[in-house]
Design a protein around this ligand. Structure first.
Ligand SMILES: O=C[C@H](O)[C@H](O)[C@H](O)COP(=O)(O)O
Length: 236
């Protein structure tokens, strides 16, 4: 099965978790896109749910699929968020933000009683860090912020270059919130919690793509079928 079919399999399993009346956080990326499409099919067949999108791209997809949309202002507490991930470790800590949506994704996930990550099995890793960690920063002072982000990594026991994300056309990539993304290539993150704390303390950093203690369930699709991993204890 090709990776896109696996993503769809994982998304289909997550749709089975949706119950009538649920307030849903809708993730961003190629895997979450399958979830939105499949959810749309259920909605058009009569399922009543409300969705809060994690990006403008997802908002457009969800609206096109016929899903009733809301905002966190109108609906500040959500029942379930289903989103993709760039890497997931055995403790269900994750790296997100490959599509640049990490800030809204984290806000939506934190407002949800439950976060489920859907992915093909290639995203499962023993240790986070092979995927460059996205760090969302304000444009003002991006040069010193970049230096401080690299120093934060060293202080947290890892090291690597932070590179400004660019579009294919060579322009700086700008997030839905009007910020920039630094991709921090570390190879391996021995202590994600320590790195998260260090990055959060850097002036100019808006958010980082380490999701720690947020993911409750990971639905992983592989050639041998679906595997479900559940966090033992999250958020105390
Ligand atoms: O910013 C993007 C998100 O965090 C995505 O959920 C993540 O990059 C995974 O995307 P995909 O399902 O396309 O691999």
């Amino acid at each position: 099965m090709n990776p896109d079919s696996l993503k769809r399999e994982a998304a289909a399993r997550a749709v089975d978790l949706v119950e009538p009346g649920m307030r849903l956080g809708l993730g961003t990326g190629s895997t979450a896109k399958h979830f939105v499409a499949l959810l749309g099919e259920r909605v058009r067949a009569g399922l009543d749910v409300i969705g809060v999108p994690t990006s403008e791209a997802t908002r457009a997809d969800a609206e096109a699929a016929g899903i009733r949309m809301s905002t966190l202002e109108e609906t500040p507490a959500l029942d379930l968020t289903v989103d993709g991930a760039d890497e997931i470790a055995p403790d269900l800590s994750a790296i997100k933000g490959g599509g640049g949506a990490l800030l809204r994704e984290k806000i939506v996930a934190a407002a949800s009683a439950r976060m489920v990550v859907i992915a093909d099995e290639s995203k499962w890793v023993e240790t986070l860090g092979r995927f460059p960690l996205p760090v969302e920063v304000v444009p003002f002072g991006v040069a010193p912020t970049t230096i401080a982000v690299e120093a934060a990594a060293v202080a947290a026991g890892c090291a690597g270059r932070a590179v400004l994300r660019r579009t294919r056309e060579g322009h700086a990539f700008v997030t839905d919130g009007g910020h920039l993304i630094l991709d921090l290539a570390l190879g391996r993150i021995p202590d994600p919690a320590a790195l998260a704390e260090r990055l959060a303390a850097v002036p100019g950093v808006v958010e980082h793509g380490l999701f720690i203690g947020l993911v409750r369930t990971a639905i992983l699709a592989g050639s041998a079928g679906i595997r479900i991993e559940t966090a033992r204890a999250v958020r105390g």
